[in-house]
Design a protein around this ligand. Structure first.
Ligand SMILES: [Zn+2]
Length: 353
């Protein structure tokens, strides 16, 4: 951080202007329309926004509009040849182009993907300069299945990888933790970071789902994987995170934490493979923030999956509740208590849109 930025941050603190959680999004994200009936629909962001509004969480965050990623920022992750290919298959208005069975581009998709990566770059800038305590990027299309030279699994550009490489290039960071708790394996992120010693990649996923990683395959040294059997519930999930992730995260002493925040491990998600509850996402968020204290709260969370609108909205709200409360332990306890109360009143334990 240069001296001007440092003084600006100091001054802001002296004046008591507390940097808030940034909510970074853009209207373009609603214009990426893969297909009617496609699970990765524009309604996902609208559902999260409505639930945050309902719970009064939106008003405690600062809303920020994403900007477009620069070609040179993208080039840190994706070869120009791949980007030119995506441009060449961009369909005209009203048409779609199928990159594969699941990954579909509409006319605005590539532009939306460029702004999604731009959102993460902006989030990194804001948390590194002290303009936001932490940030959530409400973006579409998602990114963690995008390889350096290949789209897949609804993803065109690897948003989290672009953000991480920007942090390394511009802020000279040496230790970035990337935590992917989406129910699907983050194969694109794994391929991009390979054995990069500046990244420690935490990746949890359920067996038997896309992209179908082989059990027992050789793993990169910088990857800490947890593979869950189908229908694993809260207790086993928390135990695995406590034992396999948190000590490694703490020992790594990250300077920045990037989250690939997929909420499709919720028991109500149409993916239907893990049995997590929205309170587990609050718990996980809190534990990550505590274990990564070395990052001084610099957490950038980026939306990945989560397809059943009600459970996606409830889970993202639980996650943001903790982020916006800046990881204070009492907010997690309050959230668990609140959910128990809801359950005892027979509401089914979740807030619904
Ligand atoms: Zn997923």
């Amino acid at each position: 951080m240069n001296i001007v930025k440092y003084m600006r941050t100091k001054l802001r603190r002296l004046l008591g202007q507390k940097a808030k959680t940034a909510w970074i999004s853009h209207p373009l994200f609603l214009q990426h329309e893969p297909d009617t009936g496609h699970p990765e629909s524009p309604k996902r962001i609208a559902a999260i926004e409505a639930e945050l509004e309902r719970q009064g969480i939106r008003s405690v965050m600062q809303a920020v509009q994403a900007s477009e990623v620069a070609d040179k920022q993208l080039a840190l992750v994706h070869p120009r040849k791949y980007l030119r290919f995506l441009e060449s298959v961009q369909p005209p208005a009203g048409k779609i182009y199928r990159l594969d069975g699941d990954t579909v581009m509409s006319h605005e998709s590539l532009q939306a993907a460029r702004y999604a990566a731009g959102a993460v770059v902006k989030a990194v800038e804001m948390v590194m300069k002290g303009e936001a305590f932490n940030a959530f990027c409400a973006v579409r299309p998602p990114g963690h299945h995008a390889h350096s030279g290949k789209a897949g699994g609804f993803c065109l550009i690897n948003n989290v990888a672009v953000g991480a490489m920007h942090a390394i290039a511009n802020f000279r960071l040496q230790r970035i933790a990337v935590v992917d708790f989406d129910v699907h394996h983050g194969d694109g992120t794994e391929e991009i970071f390979g054995n990069d010693p500046r990244i420690l990649f935490f990746n949890s996923f359920a067996q038997g789902l896309y992209p179908f990683p082989e059990t027992g395959r050789s793993k990169e040294r910088n990857s800490v994987e947890i593979e869950f059997a189908p229908h694993t519930g809260s207790r086993m999930f928390r135990k695995a995170v406590r034992e396999q992730w948190l000590p490694r995260l703490q020992a790594f002493k990250p300077e920045l934490v990037l989250l690939s925040a997929g909420f499709d491990a919720h028991k109500q998600d149409e993916t239907g493979r893990l049995n997590l509850h929205e309170a587990d996402f609050a718990w996980l968020t809190h534990k990550i923030m505590r274990a990564a204290e070395s990052a001084e709260g610099r957490v950038v969370s980026v939306l990945e999956g989560g397809y059943t609108l009600e459970s996606l909205a409830a889970s993202a709200a639980a996650h943001l509740y903790v982020l916006a409360a800046q990881g204070k332990p009492e907010c997690v306890l309050q959230y668990d208590r609140h959910l128990r109360h809801s359950l005892s009143k027979g509401r089914g334990g979740g807030k619904r849109v």
